[in-house]
Design a protein around this ligand. Structure first.
Ligand SMILES: Nc1ncnc2c1ncn2[C@@H]1O[C@H](COP(=O)(O)OP(=O)(O)O)[C@@H](O)[C@H]1O
Ligand SMILES: [Mg+2]
Length: 272
């Protein structure tokens, strides 16, 4: 695997980042229905950014009651804390609590797991999510949130205030694309269209609408077309998202290009 910055190098950079306080960015990944690939894209993009960029990257998985990230990152056997374990102390989160909560990978990705019990969902109540993001922004420069669709129904979460980029992932079929269209219009504030990134995932699968029709249906332009690749799906399930970047395949190239575009737009000062 090609190397990004070592964990140690990042540790040193981190100190200066923390003391400078934050210019942190929140990227929210979602899709209108399950199975479209929102988690796939958020896991791969955050892994790629962690591997290649100097910033501290946190992946916050909010899929309460789902074990996907534990499977994908090979954490099933480990008895790890998750966001449900700290739901009564969100206001008091500090570095020592974070150290016990956050899973750190060798290649410097940081991960917060969702609770497996659906009733451990206080994080979704009231202002808790805004509060949590506010605190996490002091410690991480890029926060990728795997954000399930139903959380958009939360009336007390201010998306404009809390989120810098939205990445909406859709399959190429008419129903998925049409639903994405009403959804993105509803969610997105008109003055920040550049903050909405649309990905058409598994574009080589059928049924699919033509690119011309896509443009007529969707208000926002498509930023990336990611093909479905069976071998990559197998690798992703068996070895995890980091591993796929060893392969020079179109799907990998497209994910890298998209991640680079997103990163560029986050507009961090060049501090290398
Ligand atoms: N472009 C792709 N190539 C290969 N497999 C993919 C691709 N996109 C998603 N998958 C696989 O499809 C399944 C559903 O994706 P997932 O990310 O869980 O969807 P969602 O989070 O939107 O419900 C997962 O098993 C994932 O590994
Ligand atoms: Mg998902």
């Amino acid at each position: 695997m090609s190397t990004g910055l070592s964990v140690l190098e990042k540790e040193n950079k981190k100190k200066s980042v923390f003391s400078k306080n934050n210019n942190s960015k929140v990227i929210l990944f979602s899709s209108v229905k399950g199975g479209n690939g929102a988690s796939f894209i958020s896991n791969c993009v955050s892994s790629y950014l962690a591997k290649t960029k100097i910033q501290n990257i946190l992946l916050l998985d909010l899929n309460i009651g789902k074990r996907d990230s534990r499977i994908i990152f090979d954490l099933e056997e480990k008895d790890l804390r998750d966001i449900g374990d700290i739901e009564d102390s969100i206001k008091e989160i500090d570095i020592s609590l974070l150290k016990r909560l956050v899973v750190n990978f060798d290649n410097s990705l940081n991960l917060i797991l969702p609770p497996l019990k659906p009733e451990k969902n206080k994080i979704c109540c009231g202002k808790n999510l805004s509060l949590l993001l506010g605190i996490l922004k002091h410690y991480y420069e890029i926060i990728c949130v795997d954000f399930p669709y139903y959380l958009f129904m939360k009336n007390d979460f201010d998306f404009t205030e809390n989120v810098d980029k939205f990445v909406f992932v859709s399959m190429p079929d008419l129903i998925s694309v049409s639903n994405l269209e009403i959804f993105s219009r509803h969610i997105c504030v008109d003055d920040i269209p550049n903050n909405i990134k649309i990905i058409i995932n598994k574009f080589n699968t059928r049924p699919a609408v033509s690119p011309a029709r896509l443009n007529s249906i969707l208000k926002y332009p498509v930023q990336a077309f990611i093909p479905y690749d069976r071998d990559i799906e197998f690798l992703y399930h068996s070895k995890g998202p980091f591993y796929i970047f060893n392969y020079n395949l179109r799907i990998v190239k497209n994910i890298i290009d998209f991640s680079e575009l997103l990163y560029e737009e986050l507009d961090f000062e060049k501090k290398q």
